[in-house]
Each structure stands twice: as C-alpha cells, then as structure tokens.
Design a protein around this ligand. Sequence first.
Ligand code: DX5
Ligand code: ZN
Length: 218
Amino acid sequence: MTDEILVYASILGGDLANLSSEIKRVEEAGADAIHLDVMDGHFVPNLTFGPPVIKALSKYTSLPMHAHLMVTNPWDYIKTLAQIGIQEVTFHIETTPHPIRLLREIRETGLRGGIAISPATPENSIVYLENEIDILLVMSVEPGFAGQSFIENTYEKLKRIKEIVKNWKKRPLIMVDGGVSDRNAKKLVELGVRGLVCASYLFKAKNMKEAVDKLKNI
Ligand code: DX5
Ligand code: ZN
C-alpha cells in the first residue's frame, strides 16, 4: 500500500452545469483522482448522473476516475462502467447479500473494486473480504448529499478497521467520504486512511490548489 495521501475530488460539489470545466479545474489544482457520485433516487434520496455522463466527462481528463455507486442495483452498472474509461468502482455493501460475487465480477473486468460502508453499517462486514477488495470506502456522512457534517464516531470505526486489516497480506486503500477537510484529515491519516474524498472543502476553497496541497502535506 502506498503511503502517499490521495485526494479524490468529488465533483458533486462543483458547478453541475459545467462539469467538464470543473474537472479541468480539479486537475489543475493537483487532485489525484475524480470521485463520481452515482445516485439512483432509490438507494439514496437524490439523483445525479450515470455512465453516459461519466463517459462524456472521461474525455476531459487524464486523471483516474472512481465511480461511487449509491444505487440499489449495482450489478446493472459494472459492464458499462468497465467500457467507458474509468478505473475504480465501489458499491454499497448494504445493497447485496453477495458482495464477493459482485467484487469478483468487477475485478474480472480489470477495474479496481471495493465496497462502501454507510455510517451505521458495522465494520465487521469486511472481516471475510481479505483478498477481495482493492478499496474500502468508509462513509462519514449518510450517503446522498454533499455538504453534510462529518460524523465523529467514524474515528472509532476506523480504529476497528485498522485492527481488522492489519494482518491482511494486501491491505486495501482506505478512503473516507463525507465532510472531509483540513480540520479532520490529519486524524484520518493517522488512522490509516490514504484516500481523502472531498467535495465542499475543495470547491468552496478560495484557492483549490492550496486546499489540495494542504491535504497532501498534512
Ligand atoms: C455523499 C457523497 C460524497 C459527497 C462528499 O453521498 O458520496 O462523495 O460528495 O461531499 P462533502 O465533501 O461536501 O461532504
Ligand atoms: Zn461519494
């Protein structure tokens, strides 16, 4: 596992009428990857964009793209996502009783795959996923909207996750998503997090490049 801190810019926090220029802005600011929040209006009470928009956006960046699926039926999306130039997919473990089957399906397409866990989902759900996940996306807000405040007991959850994965041969990239900023990033990194997903912190910053640098050098 890399020790570098990776900043994932969630474009949900940007100007949704100008996503292609927002992606360029994020790239110029030095973010490491683009985080794309796919919502279906069913698993979460909000609706964003899906594969056609992601495919169109992929032409505007050379940064890796991560699709965070907040959808009731992630199975329907994998084949299409694998064909449109993204690199990573996470789905919510709450959506399927067969996560290992879906993870294998994702990774067989060549994508890096992982699960997302909502704030009230116990971390125990990852105990049997050694060798099955490249990424663990820990939600620190209820999924569905940018701009919510960070749920403090995420720290406790991360401590337990650290214990679970410490003896795994290949550790997953642990990401935190929701209310992440320069105010909590240091504590998150100390708990083993290497992927910081941010919307509001980056898009509300006066200077996005400085905001990215701050996180990368926390
Ligand atoms: C929430 C999304 C997040 C969101 C983060 O459901 O998964 O990626 O855009 O937004 P901030 O950083 O504003 O909490
Ligand atoms: Zn997200």
